[in-house]
Design a protein around this ligand. Structure first.
Ligand code: SF4
Ligand code: SF4
Ligand code: SF4
Length: 411
């Protein structure tokens, strides 16, 4: 069975993950990293990875007309994924189905190769289970007195939302990467319901029943109006778009963003995000450089704010960087077996390919059974306004920990 994988824009992690198809001898896989150079020819199955723009429509239409089957693989292609947060600043990342018809969608950040195989083979995908049903944490749905942007890691039983720590698991389906297993809340890359961001906002808003909302009176004289000023609700959730609509902004029904662009598309998508969410975003979209990119962001902040890290943390981080080098070799050689082994080793330390376990000050969950977790356990860190620089990355945060400016040079 002939399968051609096309990488369009942005992160190449889904493109690389599709290397795993080569482990199955029934597929004849070709990787096309520069779609513009593709020689037009008949295709049995075309797989599109990366985000797409209206300017890609002509080429995508050619692929569509030549292929028996077209699959959008990964959240970027399906909905614009995390990159579409740049649409707040006027960019036009578009779901693939907005540019061509008759496609099959496999969402997920990272896209799951088993689902890709099923779809290539023409099989029905299994009916999805709810992520919460598979989570070891349990919801009580008590009203919250406070919302937290970081939590102590002591409680491993209570639902993050009941700890006041937003988790989109309520509106998500089961996944392979399972951020939730590494003390990281779900940000909803595999949606269970239509318009998950709006629903989650409603649910979390309900939980916030005990939190003060600023109201004022309108001309009618009653306190019948939400006030313009900040209150405990708005202060607790400074980035609603980035946290509730991380993967679904283009399909949310929300109006197009009107914030002026302040840099490249990549820089625009980071502006307005929260410092504690940065590793979760760089871990997703950094492609085959996710590890070094994430560690650059983390280490610049740690260094400037004298956040001590242990020898064991340093060692695990060095191991991850070495694994990233090896991963490049495997990708270069299109060696699927080596790719599989290395990604398994990365998962052992980083939790998953989204690097959910990697954080400021250490790691969020135990890596090896025999380890003393206290030696490398991350702690709640303080938000410190300032500018942080490390090699090709420089970013500034305000006193709330919101990214005001970021510069990312290639490399
Ligand atoms: S950002 Fe996520 S969905 Fe997009 S290509 Fe990377 S891993 Fe895949
Ligand atoms: S919302 Fe998140 S933490 Fe809570 S049960 Fe669901 S997946 Fe687990
Ligand atoms: S836990 Fe992580 S990988 Fe799974 S659906 Fe949520 S964001 Fe996606």
């Amino acid at each position: 069975m002939d399968v051609k994988i096309f990488q369009f824009n942005g992160c190449n992690k889904c493109f690389n993950e599709s290397l795993l198809l080569k482990l199955d001898s029934e597929y004849n896989v070709e990787f096309i990293s520069e779609p513009k150079k593709w020689k037009e020819e008949k295709i049995e199955t075309a797989v599109i990875t990366g985000y797409v723009l209206p300017t890609d429509k002509e080429l995508l239409s050619k692929i569509r007309s030549k292929a028996n089957k077209v699959i959008a693989y990964g959240s970027c292609t399906v909905s614009g994924g995390v990159f579409a947060l740049a649409n707040q600043h006027g960019h036009e990342i578009t779901p693939l189905k907005g540019l061509i018809d008759d496609i099959i969608e496999i969402e997920g950040c990272l896209g799951e190769v088993n689902e890709l195989k099923s779809v290539i083979n023409g099989e029905e995908l299994m009916k999805p289970k709810k992520l919460c049903d598979l989570c070891t944490r349990r919801a009580t749905c008590e009203y919250l007195d406070k919302v937290h942007r970081q939590i102590e890691l002591e409680d491993e039983e209570t639902c993050f939302n009941d700890l006041g720590f937003l988790c989109n698991g309520f509106v998500s389906r089961e996944c392979k990467e399972r951020c939730i297993d590494y003390n990281t809340p779900c940000r909803g890359c595999k949606q269970l319901v239509e318009r998950p961001g709006i629903r989650m906002l409603g649910m979390f808003g309900t939980l916030m029943g005990n939190i003060e909302v600023a109201t004022e009176h309108s001309v009618k004289g009653a306190t019948d109006k939400l006030a313009d000023e900040d209150d405990d609700v708005t202060r607790s959730l400074p980035d609603i778009i980035g946290n509730f609509f991380r993967f679904t902004l283009t399909t949310s029904g929300l109006p197009k963003g009107r914030i002026p662009s302040s840099g490249t598309l990549l820089e625009d998508l980071f502006t307005g995000r929260l410092i504690e969410e940065l590793p979760l975003i760089t871990g997703l979209l950094g492609g085959d450089k996710s590890i070094s990119f994430t560690l650059k962001i983390i280490e610049s902040y740690e260094k400037a704010n004298q956040i001590e890290i242990s020898e064991q943390t340093r060692k695990y981080r060095e191991d991850l960087l070495k694994l990233e080098e090896k991963l490049h070799e495997a990708i270069e050689k299109e060696d699927a077996k080596q790719y599989k082994e290395i990604t398994e080793e990365i998962r052992q330390i980083a939790g998953n390919m989204n690097l959910s376990n990697v954080f400021f000050g250490g790691f969020k969950s135990k890596i090896n059974e025999e380890d003393n977790f206290e030696e490398y356990k991350t702690q709640i860190f303080e938000v410190v306004e300032g500018t942080y620089k490390n090699g090709s990355v420089e970013y500034s945060i305000d006193s709330e920990g919101i990214i005001k400016e970021i510069k990312i040079r290639e490399g």
